[in-house]
Design a protein around this ligand. Sequence first.
Ligand SMILES: Cc1cc2nc3c(=O)[nH]c(=O)nc-3n(C[C@H](O)[C@H](O)[C@H](O)COP(=O)(O)OP(=O)(O)OC[C@H]3O[C@@H](n4cnc5c(N)ncnc54)[C@H](O)[C@@H]3O)c2cc1C
Length: 512
Amino acid sequence: MANADAMTIVIVGGGTAGWLTAAFLQNQLPHTLNRPVAITVIEADDIPTVGVGEATIPSIRQTLAACGIEEHLFLKHCGATFKQGIKFINWRDDPGTHGTNHYFHPFGDQIMVAGRDATWQWLQLPPAERGAYAERFSVQAEIARSGRAPKNFTDKPYDGALAYAYHLDAGKLAQFLKTLSKARGVCHKLGKVMAIERDADIITGLQLDDGERVAADLFIDCTGFAARLINSDRQNRFNSLSGTLFVDRAVVTRVENASLADVIGYTKSTAHSAGWIWDIALQDRRGVGHVYSSRHIDDDAARAELAAYVQQPVETLETRRLDMRIGYHDQQWRGNCVAIGLSSGFLEPLESTGIYLIEMANWALLEFVPRYLAGASPQAGYNRILHNHYDNIADFLKLHYCLSNRRDTDFWRDNCRTETIPATLQANLAAWRSAVPSVYDFHSTTQCFSATNYKFVLYGMGWGASGAQAAEANPQISTMMHELAQRRAKLRDFVLRDTVPNAAYFAALQKL
Ligand SMILES: Cc1cc2nc3c(=O)[nH]c(=O)nc-3n(C[C@H](O)[C@H](O)[C@H](O)COP(=O)(O)OP(=O)(O)OC[C@H]3O[C@@H](n4cnc5c(N)ncnc54)[C@H](O)[C@@H]3O)c2cc1C
């Protein structure tokens, strides 16, 4: 192995996608290739990174572990906090018309009764007896609300009493991954790609602004929305999903945290007139952003809604505006070039899937690069997997909008027009009028959102006919509900014993 030629990989772009890919492949690929790998990251110092992307989902733990990163170092250097789910506020009904216009989408499995799902029995109850779905079938919302972390100091790294992900500082993450990767042998070059030499689908070389020409076995395009490599000849079709997901612009700001006691272990997503506002608590600040549909609200009005949310005068609020292109490139892997990150595509950040898609691309490459080097053509299979990811995520995101009873603006009215809802989601919703989502509704083994995720959103949004059976009138229902409550209470006791408050966790971390 030591004598074999190294496989050369050139990654263009030094944002989250570029450096996460470098760290992952540097640590993982040599083991599956049985051959050394020489990775170079080229980044332009005058093209800024997007600088957002602060919420993740639980897959990130496995990915960071696969990068060979120690969890406490990641938490410390990236200003990260624990995320246990998302609280959706004002999504269900027009603001002011509903007493509890919010619900929680927790991470982790729902609580089962002896391996059986009690959702159908819960649906038979009259609404007044049901209680919120996430509160009945999970303890995560309660634990997160009470300010507790999902783990304690003595838990194994990346493990805890409950499922969790992180909120993180995107700028610090890229810097952390850069330092780590360079120390492990990744070559870093400042330079701008000015021209791409191609022979049809094959990139034969990159021309940099200092005159250097760069060749590689595999190029990875992490140039953000510019998609500088994967679509340099404009021959790579972009599958737009803007007819389904309307949000295409963001205005973002930062708010200082008064103390660690301000750390909230879930993302807050508050629906507004033409989009929604995210609110993410890091160790030292909050990241807050308004994502909106530019077809339904102008920039000034969107900024004003953000200013009102953070309770600051709009004139003095420091903000940054970002445009988003919603959809994905048809050829994610084209010839000898793979697009990862925003160059591959983007779906709005409602369920924090941007970094997840970077992770999934990397895990797939781990399987497919050895085949590619052995002479196979894995591009079509890889592209199919990534298309599935995008389409499945798009369905799940649209679910949040099309179930809403909000009719206060054109944005909400347009969102429930049938022609804007993907056919796959329409078919599932038709089936779920009389049945609970199950594993049989999902055919892809690499799907991000499962029946469990769908149930938390569906029933959080008030889906399902009103049951009319009082629990005590039906022994089967009352037994199931009673056992569900007992299992939940047991789990709650265990989690309370096995976790510590966020403030205590991060205060201890800062002393390390
Ligand atoms: C409003 C918004 C909110 C988001 N929120 C979330 C979230 O909560 N969770 C989540 O998981 N994801 C989120 N994302 C997505 C997330 O931000 C991205 O997936 C992630 O930051 C990856 O970006 P990137 O590295 O692909 O691109 P960028 O950060 O844009 O980096 C591009 C890099 O390419 C370099 N470059 C560009 N052109 C050239 C060239 N010609 N030569 C050399 N270098 C070049 C630039 O210098 C830069 O280093 C969000 C995105 C947006 C827009």
